[in-house]
Design a protein around this ligand. Structure first.
Ligand code: COA
Length: 152
C-alpha cells in the first residue's frame, strides 16, 4: 500500500468523534462501547493526542497522559485493520514518544494484551507486573451509558 499521502495530526480540534468511535469499535477490543461524551472527556484530558488520516478518513489514533517529567502512559493505540503492516503503527507510537509532553519523561508505561512484540521493537521492555487496578463503577462513562439507555 502506498502510504505517502497518510498524514499524522496533533490537533485535538480536528478529531471527528463519530469516526473515532467507529475506529475503536472496529480495531480496539477494549474500547468498543465508548460514548461520544466519554471520548470527548478522554481527549480533553490527554496530551498528546495523535490521529492518522487517509484524506478525510480517520485510520489511526493514540493518546498519552503525562506529568511531563516522571511518569507518562500511552493509551488506545490503534490502526484501522485495512492499513496495518505498513509502518503506520510504529510511526504513531514514535510520534507520541517524540512529543515534548512525553520525550523527557523518566518512565513511559502502557498495558497490552497481544502486542508485546510490537512494542519491544520500539524499545519497550516487559516488566514484572506490579500493576493494580480499581474498577470504578461510578466512572462517568458508566453513568453516561446508563442515562443513554434510560432515554432510549
Ligand atoms: C498494534 C498495531 C497498532 C500495529 O500497527 P501496524 O501499523 O500494523 O504496525 P507497523 O506496520 O508499524 O509495524 C511495525 C513493526 O512491528 C511489527 N509488528 C506489527 N504488529 C506486530 C505484532 N503484533 N507482533 C510483532 N510484531 C508486530 C511489524 O512487522 C513491523 O516490523 P518491521 O519494522 O520489522 O517491519 C495494530 O496492529 C493495531 O491497531 N492492533 C489492534 C489494536 C491493538 O492491539 N493496539 C495495541 C494495544 S496496546
Amino acid at each position: 500500500m502506498d502510504c505517502s499521502h497518510i498524514q499524522f495530526c496533533l490537533e485535538q480540534s480536528k478529531i471527528n468523534l463519530e469516526q473515532l468511535q467507529k475506529l475503536l469499535e472496529i480495531g480496539a477490543f477494549w474500547a468498543k462501547n465508548r460514548t461520544i461524551e466519554g471520548l470527548s472527556i478522554a481527549i480533553a484530558n490527554s496530551n498528546p493526542v495523535v490521529t492518522v488520516w487517509d484524506r478525510n478518513l480517520l485510520i489511526g489514533f493514540a493518546r498519552a497522559t503525562s506529568d511531563g517529567i516522571y511518569r507518562a502512559a500511552i493509551w488506545d493505540v490503534v490502526i484501522h485493520p485495512d492499513y496495518r503492516g505498513n509502518g503506520l503503527g510504529l510511526k504513531l507510537v514514535e510520534t507520541v514518544l517524540a512529543h515534548p509532553q512525553v520525550n523527557k519523561v523518566e518512565r513511559v508505561y502502557l498495558t497490552t494484551t497481544n502486542q508485546r512484540s510490537f512494542y519491544e521493537r520500539i524499545g519497550f521492555e516487559r516488566n514484572n507486573t506490579n500493576t493494580m487496578v480499581l474498577y470504578n463503577n461510578t466512572c462517568i462513562e458508566n453513568i453516561y451509558q446508563h442515562q443513554t439507555s434510560e432515554v432510549f
